[in-house]
Design a binder for this molecule. Structure first.
Ligand SMILES: Cc1cc2nc3c(=O)[nH]c(=O)nc-3n(C[C@H](O)[C@H](O)[C@H](O)COP(=O)(O)OP(=O)(O)OC[C@H]3O[C@@H](n4cnc5c(N)ncnc54)[C@H](O)[C@@H]3O)c2cc1C
Length: 477
């Protein structure tokens, strides 16, 4: 990057607030996706005003800017494909104010999710979305991807907790959007527009989240099935009772085999598993709800039903579920679990149809696919096991991805339930959102007329997704 521009940036953030070292540029070229592309400079601001000054320079000089949280995104949203500035938010990490009586917290965008909840738990409150990356991901990244997790079925996604936020526009203007009230019908909901915007509309610097009380009790039940259809009937049956579980995780046979092989058989050997969690204020409520889960599991043909109040046993199950992604990589020597079509959503009643279709697609395209996820809200994850050095494997993988997303769209679903679009979902996102595309393009133009904020992603992506791969496959470097 031009020394003159580096000098201007240094005046704003100081010597310690930026880096152009090769190692840093290389490191900030990754997120947790399959892509890599290095920026020209990494800048770590401390205040909203510093972000604003940086954006003014970027605007004047037409430099691309990619806001970055912890880089845990799985679809390339934080990878700077056009170079330029990575604006890394980790130094803006303070919890600014907790107002328990008004049910909100003000927090800087670079605060890590678990750190925020540690602070809220002192007051008996929490911010529920619970992504699997909770110990690392930042709340700004969560808003920008509308992240969620296991508890979305009962508590909602990040979007459902955003009351207001401060963001910096592409031209450097600082905007305070939304309110600190629980209700707000005051015109366009700009704060909500930033949810899922993936750094393309502005840099989020502070957020006001609604908070909620933490349930005092919880328990879980692990149910094994000999078909994925039976597991699907169990989930639908629990909800129809009616009982909204705190979470309900589904694992298919490939996921179970991978976890059992890699982690010493923590799960029963069967074709599908549901781990259902219930929560509430008293032991009585928990026992009543767990009984309902056991009953429905029995009625829908479970081959094993194991209720548990033992936090250590439940932690082992949760750990097994969270280990699917890494366990899969250990299933076959030389193969890796990659995030291609990793995060689709379908109506809950269609989960068995989707899982069955994914297994057929995997067999047809000769790839291994593990399906698992938050089945009671219809959000599934499919990790693909391929040899990442083999061009043919990647091409078969992408063909399978397109077929998977076609199935999801046909079933009335979405190509992404929680991880976002970035690069890997971009072509199928455009298919899914066809009738919204002209409005989406108009909004981007109005907010970022020079197209400097995270350019080339989402609706701007053109061409195949097999490019700039982080893996040693020279055809797609
Ligand atoms: C092991 C693992 C488990 C995961 N489990 C889940 C899960 O259960 N649920 C889930 O939803 N996701 C999950 N993810 C994906 C990821 O963690 C989430 O999308 C997370 O919200 C990303 O946060 P981040 O801070 O890492 O953002 P990054 O990856 O750094 O960025 C993501 C996007 O947000 C934008 N962005 C970041 N900060 C800002 C900001 N301040 N202003 C504007 N734009 C910004 C970036 O430009 C980029 O487009 C998982 C990832 C991993 C690796």
């Amino acid at each position: 990057m031009d020394e003159r521009i580096i000098g201007r940036i240094e005046k704003i953030v100081g010597k310690e607030g930026y880096s152009v070292k090769t190692a840093d540029l290389y490191a900030y070229g990754f997120d947790a996706s399959i892509f890599h592309s290095a920026p020209d400079i990494v800048v770590q601001p401390r205040t909203t005003e510093q972000v604003s000054e940086i954006m003014k320079i970027a605007s004047e000089e037409r430099i691309p800017v990619v806001p970055r949280g912890a880089g845990t995104g799985l679809c390339g949203s934080a990878v700077p494909i056009k170079g330029g500035i990575v604006l890394a938010m980790q130094r803006m990490n303070r919890v600014l104010r907790v107002s328990v009586e008004d049910l909100w917290v003000d927090v800087e965008a670079g605060c890590v999710y678990d750190d925020l909840n540690r602070e809220l738990s002192k007051h008996g409150f929490f911010f529920p979305p619970s992504p699997g990356s909770a110990e690392a991901c930042q709340v700004g990244g969560m808003v920008a991807t509308n992240a969620s997790g296991m508890r979305a079925v009962k508590y909602g996604a990040t979007r459902d907790f955003v009351l207001g936020l401060t963001f910096v526009r592409a031209d450097g203007e600082i905007v305070r959007a939304g309110t600190r009230t629980i209700k707000d019908s005051s015109g366009y909901q700009l704060a909500r527009l930033m949810c899922g915007s993936e750094g393309t509309l502005g840099v989020i610097t502070e957020i006001t989240f609604k908070i909620t009380t933490k349930p005092k009790k919880s328990a879980s039940c692990l149910c094994g099935f000999d078909t994925v259809d039976a597991a699907g009937r169990c989930i639908a049956g629990i909800i129809a009772r009616p009982l909204i579980p705190a979470s309900c995780e589904l694992l298919d046979s490939v996921s179970i085999e991978a976890v059992n092989k890699a982690r010493g058989n923590p799960l029963p050997d069967c074709k599908a598993i549901c781990i259902v969690e219930v929560d509430g204020e008293t032991d009585e409520v928990i026992r009543r709800d767990l009984k309902i889960v056991e009953e429905v599991a029995g009625e829908t043909g479970a081959v094993s039903v194991t209720p548990s109040f033992d936090s250590k046993e439940i932690a082992r199950w949760t750990d097994a579920r969270k280990s699917v992604m890494t366990s899969l990589s250990a299933l076959k020597p030389g193969y890796s679990s990659v995030s291609l079509a990793d995060d689709m959503g379908v109506p809950v009643s269609k989960v068995p149809d989707a899982v069955r279709a994914f297994q057929e697609i995997a067999a047809r395209n000769r790839v291994t696919i593990a399906t698992y996820g938050h089945a009671s809200d219809g959000n599934l994850h499919t990790k693909m096991l391929i040899d990442p050095t083999d061009k043919d494997e990647w091409e078969r993988g992408v063909k399978a991805v397109d077929e998977i997303f076609d199935v999801c769209i046909e079933l009335g679903g979405t190509v992404t339930g929680e991880h976002g679009v970035g690069i890997s979902k971009a072509p199928n996102y455009m298919k899914e959102r066809e009738s919204e595309l002209s409005s989406i393009i108009a909004i981007k133009k109005a907010m970022d007329p020079l197209n400097i904020l995270n350019p080339g992603k989402m609706e701007q992506w053109r061409g195949p997704i097999l490019t700039r791969l982080r893996y040693p496959c020279k055809e797609f470097a």
